[in-house]
Design a protein around this ligand. Structure first.
Ligand code: ATP
Ligand code: MG
Length: 394
């Protein structure tokens, strides 16, 4: 009990996916799913390789990272597991050793399917102790674009999985990272987050990447406003001694969900567990901060809770606003590209000396407009205003 492979104790049918997983991608996920469906193993076990003998000249990402990234990708699929057996082994890592070890762990007489892409199958016959390998497991050979499946099986028990022709490879994904091209539909989102957070594939700069993704989704007008907000947020952050990097990110993404269509906003609130009160229900656009924070986390790999909170509260405000929250709210109000509106000049005058007062003026003006339209101001905004006024003693 308590060993890392406990889950194999009763596993009498196991599928094994070996690979470098540098990074794991949708090709791997789709293969694993198809194997599950067709061969009904109890588990699909991903085993990231240690130091692979067949890729001696190519630098590969540290095993620990590949293990954690694979784990992040599969953890929500109940029948998928990852093993660190190979990454923890010192020296070269041979498949024969892995299969022998699995045979020891699984119940006697259990069946192991070793899943292998058509690109690797022929190569396999030159692996260490291959004759013995062939006696330990059955093989599932998966078709892959550009590779012919050899029918020379040297006595191995081979099953074909030919339906899948997925033009996805880790090599291509690594190049895409480097060239700042999108990869989101090619790999599990959680694995992408892991790779970006740890900068595994030399993406030039996560901020520049986010900026181009944002430009794709916003109208030119809103993008222009956003860049003004970034400029202003940086200025305010310097003055108020707040982490400039956080301010930059929060400002960049503050409106990232603003231009989603109404129905999309509604369905996303439901999918993302954002509860709607009566006011939000009837003015769905008010959710754009809440949705923006969620989108920043899910689509832009932002994990910092301070940044997410500043995005979340930038339009309605909230009780207990941090200085970063206030900076994003005010930068949104006074950024240099804003068209004139009555209290703008006064707010700009106060911005660098009395941020609370500047926000009070902006919020009062906005709330007046809401009242004049016959709409209700959200209680969160009223609470913020009350709190700020107490601080200012007005
Ligand atoms: P790289 O480009 O770095 O070689 P890869 O995309 O081939 O990476 P690996 O980690 O080497 O990924 O692959 C692990 C296993 O999954 C291998 O058996 C490989 O043949 C198989 N495989 C990977 N991608 C696909 C795919 N798109 N279709 C079918 N099999 C795949
Ligand atoms: Mg490969």
């Amino acid at each position: 009990m308590g060993s890392p492979h406990d889950f194999l104790e009763h596993c009498d049918r196991l599928a094994v996916m070996g690979g470098t997983f540098d990074p794991i991608h949708m090709g791997h996920m789709a293969v694993a799913e198809a194997v599950m469906h067709q061969f009904k193993p109890r588990r699909v076990l991903f085993i990231p390789s240690g130091n692979p003998p067949h890729k001696p000249n190519q630098p590969i990402t540290e095993g620990e990272h590949r293990y954690k990234m694979t784990l992040a990708a599969i953890c929500e699929t109940p029948s998928f597991e990852v093993s660190r057996m190979e990454i923890d082994r010192s020296g070269y890592s041979y498949t024969i050793d892995t299969l022998k070890r699995l045979k020891e762990i699984c119940p006697l007489g259990s069946k192991i399917f070793f899943v292998i892409g058509a690109d690797m199958f022929e190569d396999m016959f030159s692996w260490h102790k291959v004759e013995e390998l062939l006696t330990l497991c059955e093989f599932v050979v998966v078709s892959r674009p550009g590779y012919k499946i050899t029918h020379e099986t040297h006595g191995a028990t081979v099953h074909m999985l030919e339906g899948l022709q997925l033009e996805i490879s880790s090599t291509d994904i690594r190049e895409r990272f480097k060239a700042d091209k999108p990869v989101s539909s090619l790999m599990p989102h959680t694995a992408e987050t892991y790779a970006r957070t740890h900068n595994l594939y030399n993406a030039p700069n996560n901020y520049e990447w986010a900026k181009s993704r944002l430009q794709e989704r916003l109208s030119p007008r809103r993008y222009h406003h956003t860049m003004g907000t970034v400029e202003e947020a940086i200025r305010l952050a310097e003055i108020y001694h707040v982490d400039v990097n956080k301010a930059k990110w929060a400002a960049l993404l503050h409106d990232c969900a603003k231009e989603f269509a109404t129905d999309k906003k509604k369905i996303l609130c439901k999918h993302w567990g954002i509860p709607l009160d009566d006011i939000l229900e009837s003015h769905i656009d008010l959710t754009h901060g809440l949705l923006g924070a969620e989108s920043a986390r899910r689509h832009f790999q932002v994990t910092d809770p301070d940044i997410l909170q500043a995005i979340r509260y930038h339009s309605m405000g909230n009780k207990g606003m941090t200085m970063l929250d206030k900076i994003i709210m005010l930068a949104d109000y006074i950024e240099p590209h804003r068209d004139e509106y009555p209290p703008l000049a006064e707010m700009r005058n106060l911005a660098y000396t009395d941020i609370n007062k500047a926000i009070i003026i902006g919020t009062k003006f906005t709330n007046q407009e809401i009242n004049d339209r016959g709409d209700k101001v959200h209680p969160q905004s009223r609470e913020m205003l009350k709190e700020l006024k107490q601080k200012e003693d007005i």
